[in-house]
Design a binder for this molecule. Structure first.
Ligand code: ADP
Ligand code: MG
Length: 777
């Protein structure tokens, strides 16, 4: 003990000396100068003293004021200065991997170190940390995983949970766990940080914990809603005559003078103008216009028009465009690249900012363009709070973001573009006023904004809870319902019941809600339980190679690209992979062909020709490696197994694995004349998504389709599906009961029950019992 203490003491003094040397160096001083200009810096002493006095502290402050980069650094610096550097361990969680990486890079830079020394990061598939790392930025998921092996978080002195205002499902879950942990570890410090926040809610959750607000400063931002934009843009918006009928000035005046009852007049006028500007999603009844949604909509022409106007007439300053997702960012980029001004590299630096960009793209975002060149950043809502780009002066806000939601009643997931909350609008607008007075263009009328909700619904209230329930069980946190009732906001009882019911059906929980052996394996696999189940099947039935690709493929964004202007060509390219009546097998075929092309270094070209996303292919490749090594870690695959070539490619087995994982996601195929329809187990109507390979078939050779999820976009669609034969469903899908007649089928309440003659039933039941034993052993 004395030896260890002595070592830690020496190491701590070393750390202090290093820190002082850097702070006194010319580069160090320069950075300190920048840091001390941040609002958070002025609160440094107050923050540190509040942390030392309280176990829990809640810090809020405007985005960009220095919470994420400074607060963890203050703690680290002060601990080092107090010669406690070697025994302090700070973990700072981020909801997104990209933020964890970029912030850790920045903090290491500000400390004059290489990443992976005192400051490191860890996200899935990637990490940079070493023996000397004392400040670790990681995703919330990583910390939750660590809790599995290390319930008390031994050695950790400070936990900082960042961006709690986003109310992600993982963050809400983590807070319940940490709340319990604080009682066991009185010396552990918990700091919660957030942009705009309901400090009250969090404070009362942690027994009236102290709160602190970092006073922020932003320059004023001139806000323009759609009607204002139309006014300044005069009649040049589009050459369409309809605008002449409803002159922008008139609309502007009407908006000022005719509130309330006459607003519908404004609506119809606006509607026409919007049509002209390709906003054809819009309907004059305000309330309906918010719920009715044309997913294809994006006002590309208008955005291009505004961008062009800024580039030609406005003062210097970068532009940040908030789009919905990666698809429309790409589509807009393609459009802009055909524009004479916006595609000119001597005038415009066009960069993209989204959740799956690589580190090169990331650096481009922060890059300062040369004089006379204007930076345009096309971003998802990731640029709202997680990533601060310094030189933004103009913001264009489409007002929407993709939001996933879960309808417990129909057991259906939705991933739809929806209007953002007022808080998000404020955030987006605020991005324009960081360095000088800014401008913000909202691509929707003011009264549409008025109808936005104040906050977004927390994820725990709008997401399926299966993985969460599994985690609760694996951390031995007692009854699922009881645990969730202690959350900041508790989910619907029906949603919890559905999740538990599902976990029982797939065999992850037993009748008493205890984890089965299968369940214990599923917890360790960082994916949805159904995909984990598929992997395990792949191991047992020796068809892991294709299953690895399928599971990785379902984890990443769709590897098949369908640019809206080249839909037919893309479909044709995809059809060469789709002979199996299976979207899942199409992924396998595409990936394997890409791999073959990679051998000749022609992978990229291959993707380009075949409408595949090279990034997705690379991610699938990396995930396959990760999943395989996880399976080795839990002892399911032999350590020495270096390649997967030994695995079988038996189509029947692969279909069985897919069914085994995806059940109860199943529907029966009902053929009629030259087409077919689908019948689900809960009687809801479903269609195949137009991108599915099965959507182009007129006959499916098997009576069943299994699917990952139902997605609601106007109607309910199945995105990926695989056709499977009866025998597979009998063995790996629905349950078997004894009945009078053979082959009677009952589909209800989301599940499937076969009634067959007693002798047959007994035979199947005994085979299934053997299979179960195999899988649970
Ligand atoms: P907050 O968490 O309060 O939103 P941050 O700590 O993320 O603020 O950022 C503080 C400041 O540090 C920002 O204003 C930004 O200018 C600067 N900054 C952060 N990351 C980078 C980076 N990667 N490159 C350059 N500047 C950065
Ligand atoms: Mg931050």
């Amino acid at each position: 003990r004395a030896v260890v203490d002595k070592f830690l003491c020496q190491r701590s003094s070393q750390m202090r000396d290093q820190q002082r040397t850097w702070q006194e160096s010319p580069d160090g001083r320069k950075i300190l100068e920048f840091r001390s200009s941040l609002p958070a810096y002025k609160e440094k002493e107050a923050i540190l003293s509040a942390i030392s006095r309280n176990q829990v502290l809640i810090i809020s402050g405007e985005t960009g004021c220095g919470k994420t980069t400074q607060v963890p650094q203050f703690i680290l610096e002060s601990e080092i200065e107090l010669v406690r550097g070697a025994v302090c361990n700070i973990i700072c969680t981020q909801p997104r991997r990209i933020a964890a990486i970029s912030v850790s890079e920045r903090v290491a830079f500000e400390r004059g170190e290489k990443l992976g020394e005192t400051v490191g990061y860890k996200v899935r598939l990637e990490g940079m940390q070493g023996r000397d790392t004392h400040l670790l930025f990681c995703t919330t998921g990583i910390l939750l995983r660590r809790l599995l092996d290390d319930k008390k978080l031994k050695g950790i002195t400070h936990i900082i949970v960042d961006e709690i205002h986003e109310r992600g499902i993982n963050e809400d879950f983590l807070l319940v766990v940490l709340k319990d942990l604080l009682a066991f570890r009185p010396e552990l410090k918990l700091i919660l940080m957030s942009a705009t926040l309901d400090a009250e809610l969090f404070s009362s959750y942690f027994n009236n914990a102290s709160t602190m607000k970092i006073p922020g400063f932003t320059y004023p931002v001139r806000t323009q809603f759609l009607e204002d934009i139309l006014e300044i843009s005069g009649y040049r918006l589009t050459p369409d005559n309809q605008i002449d009928d409803y002159g922008p000035e008139r609309i502007w005046k009407m908006n000022k003078q005719l509130p309330g009852k006459r607003k519908s007049q404004l609506s119809s006028a606006l509607e026409d103008v919007l049509r002209a500007a390709d906003f054809n999603y819009y309907s004059p009844q305000t309330s309906e216009s918010l719920s009715c949604w044309n997913p294809d909509f994006i006002g590309f022409n208008l955005i291009q028009y505004i961008l062009c106007n800024i580039c030609e007439h406005e003062r210097p300053g970068a532009i940040l465009v908030f789009m919905i997702g990666w698809d429309d960012i790409n589509a807009l980029k393609e459009k802009l690249l055909t524009h004479p001004v916006l595609s000119d590299p001597n005038r415009v630096l066009l960069v993209m900012c989204h959740g799956s960009m690589d580190s090169l793209e990331q650096r481009l975002i922060f890059q300062e363009p040369e004089d006379g060149v204007r930076k345009i950043v096309l971003a998802t809502n990731i640029a709202e709070t997680s990533i601060t780009i310094n030189d933004i002066v103009f913001v264009i806000d489409c007002g929407k973001a993709k939001e996933s939601s879960y309808d417990a009643l129909n057991n259906t997931c939705c991933l739809l573009p929806t209007w953002i909350s007022k808080v998000s609008v404020q955030q987006r607008r605020g991005r324009a006023g960081r360095v000088q007075p800014g401008e913000c263009y909202h691509l929707y009328p003011r009264y549409v904004y008025d109808s936005f909700t104040e906050h977004q619904l927390p994820e725990i209230l709008r997401m399926p809870l299966q993985s969460l329930c599994l985690q609760i069980k694996s951390l031995k946190l007692g009854s699922i319902s009881e645990f969730l009732s202690r959350a900041l906001q508790s989910p619907e009882i029906l949603a919890v019941q559905n999740a538990i019911e599902y976990l029982k059906t797939i065999g992850a929980l037993d009748e008493n809600e205890n984890l089965t052996i299968l369940g214990r394996h599923l917890v360790v696999l960082p994916m949805e339980p159904k995909l984990g189940k598929m992997l395990i099947f792949g191991v047992i039935f020796n068809c892991l190679d294709p299953i690895l690709t399928i599971v990785a493929g379902l984890t990443v964004r769709c590897p098949f690209l369908t640019p809206s202007d080249k839909k037919d060509l893309a479909q044709a390219a995809k059809s060469q992979f789709s002979h199996d009546y299976s979207d899942h097998l199409a992924i396998v075929r595409a990936y394997d062909s890409w791999k073959d092309a990679e051998i000749d270094n022609a992978g990229h070209e291959y993707c380009w020709k075949n409408f595949l996303s090279p990034q997705s292919m690379k991610v699938i490749e990396a995930l396959r490696v990760e999943f395989l090594s996880l399976l080795k870690d839990i002892g399911l695959v032999d350590r020495n197994m270096s390649s997967c070539n030994a695995w079988s490619y038996d189509m029947y087995l692969i279909r069985a694995a897919i069914c085994y994982g995806l059940y109860p996601g199943i529907c029966s195929v009902v053929h009629k004349d030259k087409s077919f329809s689908l019948k689900t187990t809960d009687d809801g109507k479903v269609l195949l998504h137009s991108n599915s390979v099965n959507a182009r078939e007129s006959r499916i050779p098997y009576p069943w389709l299994v699917f990952n999820e139902k997605i609601k976009v106007n109607s309910v669609f199945l995105r990926d599906s695989t056709a499977v034969p009866d025998s597979v469903v009998l063995l790996f899908g629905g349950s078997i009961s004894k009945g009078d007649t053979d082959g009677h089928l009952k589909m209800s309440g989301g599940y499937l029950e076969f009634f067959v003659k007693p002798a047959v039933a007994e035979m199947y039941q005994s085979i299934r019992k053997d299979l179960d034993r195999l899988i649970h052993s």
